[in-house]
Design a binder for this molecule. Structure first.
Ligand SMILES: Cc1cc2nc3c(=O)[nH]c(=O)nc-3n(C[C@H](O)[C@H](O)[C@H](O)COP(=O)(O)O)c2cc1C
Length: 407
């Protein structure tokens, strides 16, 4: 098809140049204008030698036309050339098909370079493959970037795995802060349901024995997730325990916790909490709500739901002069159940934002008022999942409460 040689265009003078410029020469000029390597090999001679190489090929490989013409282009291959790519080329040529591979080639001076090679068959009128056109692109820099990128990704993966491991460890330590056993008393029972999400969260609860007849019950939520939230729950746990010990006023315990946390919390972090003290001898529950969702008493005897709320700001974000907390009391009755939770369930109910759902939630609490605290908590858990059409909560799910034992 082409009878191409190189260099003869140079010998033409300007005058007859345009006149005698044949179609073939025009094609040759066009091919030489490309910075990619362009090669043509014939399929009609033994070992399919090259019959044309452009300037781009010479620049890329360092081989001249004399070096390359008449040889099979495999002379660019060497020791580390991927044999799978060579086999792919061989197979394509055997079938007369087009093919693109990336393979390591070597220049005349022996320097390796990555070649993205595309070969395309040229057919005669009878549909017989007579030639192949090859396009060679130097992708050495691209490969280098790819290798660097792969390395960077690998390092990132290792880093992520390390962080994940550390987060898992933080999660384990954080769970050790939560009580697994509660104080025992003839008149009151405590229970909790804690379903953590995968990530470390900021939920915290505790039940502390203040004296023979008084018990403090706390639920708290530290802002954020991850390590910062975990560290804050560690801090909160110690600060709160120390602050609450010996205090029979929930307001004072929360105020003291705020005083000790304020200035030691990072950035704009804060804690919300609900703290209650139950006096088993009087049956009185004293409570303070500090930026936290309200608590509930599920009263079995009268089939009532009694919300528990007080005035109260967030904890840890403002100085002692800026905060205001208060406390209220309620006389508990035999069979009463106190439920305190973090916002996982409320977030879902709020999202659904339907009066009917609130009504359903209330009737669920009442229906379950006859059952044990654990059963009530499980029912709340399931209700939230059903409402939100979820398989699991997007946040830690935490409920803690007490039940006045019926005699
Ligand atoms: C037009 C054309 C250009 C080619 N260019 C190259 C090339 O730049 N580098 C290379 O390693 N192989 C190139 N080859 C592939 C080899 O010539 C040869 O087909 C391959 O090594 C498989 O055949 P073999 O097993 O006979 O070596 C090209 C093939 C054709 C048809």
């Amino acid at each position: 098809m082409f009878n191409l040689g190189c260099g003869h265009l140079e010998s033409m003078n300007e005058k007859n140049y345009i006149e005698i410029l044949s179609e073939t020469e025009l094609l040759e000029k066009a091919a030489n204008a490309s910075s990619e390597g362009i090669t043509i090999s014939t399929m009609t001679q033994p070992d399919r030698p090259l019959i044309f190489v452009n300037e781009g090929f010479k620049k890329l490989t360092g081989y001249s036309s004399q070096d390359a013409i008449g040889k099979n282009c495999r002379f660019l291959q060497g020791e580390d050339t991927n044999q799978k790519s060579v086999a792919k080329l061989r197979e394509a040529i055997k079938k007369g098909e087009a093919c693109t591979v990336e393979l390591l080639n070597y220049t005349k001076t022996g320097d390796p370079f990555w070649n993205r090679l595309s070969i395309t068959p040229i057919l005669n009128q009878d549909g017989i493959v007579t030639h192949y056109v090859g396009i060679q692109s130097d992708i050495t820099d691209l490969r280098k970037t790819q290798v660097e990128l792969r390395l960077a990704n690998k390092e990132l993966k290792t880093f992520q795995e390390r962080i994940k491991k550390e987060l898992d460890q933080a999660k384990i330590v954080q769970h050790l802060l939560l009580p697994t056993k509660f104080p025992q008393h003839d008149d009151v029972r405590f229970a909790s349901l804690f379903i953590p999400m995968d990530e470390v969260g900021g939920d915290f609860f505790d039940v502390i024995e203040l004296s023979d007849d008084k018990y403090g019950i706390l639920i708290a939520d530290v802002t954020g997730h991850g390590i910062p939230a975990a560290l804050l729950t560690f801090m909160l746990s110690t600060v709160f325990k120390n602050a609450a010990a010996g205090l029979t006023s929930t307001e004072q315990a929360v105020r003291l916790t705020n005083k000790r946390l304020y200035g030691n919390m990072p950035g704009d972090a804060f804690v919300t909490m609900f703290y209650a003290i139950y006096d088993t001898s009087s049956g009185i529950l004293t409570y303070t709500q500090a930026g936290h969702p309200e608590g509930y008493i599920v009263r079995k005897s009268t089939q009532e739901i009694i919300p528990l709320s007080t005035e109260g700001t967030l904890v840890g974000a403002f100085s002692d002069d800026e905060v205001s907390f208060s406390q209220k009391e309620i006389q508990l009755q035999s069979g009463d159940k106190l439920c305190l939770y973090t916002d996982a369930i409320l977030d879902i109910l709020d999202k659904v934002d339907d009066d009917e759902v609130d009504h359903d939630f209330e009737s669920l609490l009442l229906r379950n008022s006859m059952r044990s605290l654990e059963q009530l908590f499980n029912a709340i858990y399931e209700f939230g999942l059903e409402c939100g059409n979820l398989k699991k909560y997007p946040d830690d799910f935490t409920i803690v409460g007490l039940e006045v034992i019926e005699k």
